[in-house]
Design a binder for this molecule. Structure first.
Ligand code: HEC
Ligand code: HEC
Ligand code: HEC
Ligand code: HEC
Ligand code: HEC
Length: 319
């Protein structure tokens, strides 16, 4: 009986030792034409996949502005950052397959046949080739493609959060979330993959707005916009359309808008608000209003066609 138990024990240890070098799905780390579609990652990393699919990164190649400006992908110099094989290749190379996936899982995680990430390995065998490295927690990582934003970040020189701390909010979850693969119920602090700038603005407005009234006839004063915490320009970026707009409304005692003014901030016009900068914008409305009246300042991210806009900060002052 004892011998039987011992040999079962020995067998178990042998299986474990063998398992250490065993990789269940080597094909998941395939590169070049052998790169599996991101759908494969969805089998186990279901939630991350959903977040990524709705993120700007998954649309980096197929979005209309990109398609248009590159004349239907004829300007080949533009393509590598928008559908790279791996950002860790010395020089970014356009993937051989599935360009339509844009900046896909492998663009960020595949390094020389291994899927790298920030997490310690938990399993006693490899589900797919995997390696833990610190790179993913650093702003330099995002800087591999967001070069101008990263340069602004470096120059801002104050103690600051990493890109990930703001743009990939913390979330408690298991490392894989799909049956039958939920091998551990343990939850860790991981980070969201949605990269949604709108959500971010809602979480915490880091752009301070103040309305200072200097005169009543005519109503005028100053708007002060302070970029206290964001370690890059507002707006930031090199490519595409980025505009921040300040809309000012003069409201009567019933809260009805009587007049409106608008101010635009862009990188191209060199009017973007730098990290730490306090921008003072004088305003005067030509309309006369009896007290009490109010001035409402709304800061929005605007679209090129001015169709859609998203509020990033607002302030109302009654006089
Ligand atoms: C734009 C780059 C980028 C893309 C695209 C991307 N990731 Fe990540 N991923 C990261 C970063 C950065 C982290 C580290 C976050 C942190 O600090 O914990 C990470 C972390 C992870 C982790 C570790 C757990 C966690 O949440 O921290 C897994 C698993 C993962 N990614 C899988 C995927 C899968 C699957 C896809 C595609 C559906 C994908 N990633 C797409 C950048 C990316
Ligand atoms: C069969 C299930 C399964 C599939 C399919 C799968 N993964 Fe994983 N992945 C895992 C498991 C399990 C872990 C955690 C392993 C551990 O901790 O030992 C993991 C971990 C990771 C990590 C974290 C590495 C780290 O050290 O932080 C990344 C990145 C990752 N996978 C990317 C991918 C990508 C990209 C794909 C699609 C090409 C993919 N995975 C497909 C099961 C899977
Ligand atoms: C492989 C290159 C690459 C890497 C690495 C990368 N990005 Fe991106 N990112 C892009 C591209 C290309 C777009 C534009 C996608 C689009 O709008 O079509 C983008 C878009 C974004 C947007 C949306 C911008 C907007 O105007 O709404 C945010 C936010 C963002 N990235 C943050 C990050 C952060 C934070 C990291 C690091 C964790 C990161 N990115 C890593 C290439 C990259
Ligand atoms: C303290 C939080 C914070 C940190 C750290 C941060 N960002 Fe942002 N980022 C924001 C906010 C808030 C916005 C929305 C305002 C805006 O659109 O400018 C934004 C906007 C963006 C955008 C959208 C482009 C645009 O129109 O401005 C990109 C791309 C971006 N950030 C990339 C990065 C990268 C890359 C890093 C690291 C080098 C980084 N961010 C660090 C808070 C942060
Ligand atoms: C170094 C990597 C890199 C290269 C090269 C690159 N891009 Fe981008 N592209 C980005 C990043 C990162 C973003 C996100 C916004 C930003 O930072 O400008 C982006 C965003 C865009 C957008 C905005 C997409 C949207 O949803 O509105 C367009 C359009 C664009 N790029 C066109 C181009 C064109 C045209 C070229 C070639 C002249 C080019 N890109 C080359 C990294 C790159």
């Amino acid at each position: 009986m004892k011998m039987v138990r011992n040999s079962i024990g020995l067998g178990f240890i042998l299986v474990l030792v063998g398992a250490c070098n065993y990789t269940m799905h080597p094909e998941l780390a395939g590169s070049g034409v052998a790169m599996p579609p991101s759908d494969r990652c969805q089998e186990c990393h279901t939630v991350i996949f959903e977040e990524w699919r709705n993120s700007p990164h998954s649309k980096a190649y197929t979005n209309e502005p990109f398609k248009g400006i590159t004349a239907n992908y004829k300007v080949t110099a533009c393509l590598p950052c928008h559908a790279p094989e791996s950002v860790f290749d010395g020089e970014k190379k356009l993937r051989k397959t599935r360009h339509e996936e844009g900046v896909n899982c492998q663009s960020c995680h595949l390094v020389e046949g291994v899927l790298q990430g920030p997490v310690e390995q938990h399993l006693p065998f490899n589900i797919h080739p995997i390696k833990q490295v610190d790179t993913y927690r650093k702003s330099e990582f995002c800087g591999k493609c967001h070069s101008r934003t990263f340069a602004e970040y470096e120059q801002s020189g104050r103690t600051k959060k990493t890109c990930q701390e703001c743009h990939m909010p913390k979330v408690r979850r298991t490392i894989i979330d799909n049956k039958p693969w939920v091998w551990s119920k343990d939850e860790y602090d991981f980070r969201r993959h949605s990269f949604n700038v709108m959500d971010l603005a809602e979480i915490g407005s880091k752009i301070e707005l103040a309305v200072v009234l200097a005169g009543q006839h005519p109503p005028g004063g100053q708007i002060i916009i302070e970029n206290r915490e964001i370690p890059h320009n507002i707006p930031t970026g090199t490519y595409g359309y980025h505009e921040i707009r300040l809309n000012l409304y003069l409201l009567d005692d019933l809260g009805e808008p009587k007049a409106q003014q608008s101010f635009s901030f862009t990188q191209e016009m060199k009017t973007a608000i730098k990290p730490g900068e306090k921008r003072v914008i004088p305003f005067v409305f030509s309309d006369q209003l009896a007290l009490p009246f109010a001035v409402k300042a709304v800061l929005i991210r605007a679209d090129m066609d001015q169709q859609e806009s998203h509020v990033i900060s607002q302030r109302l002052e009654v006089f």
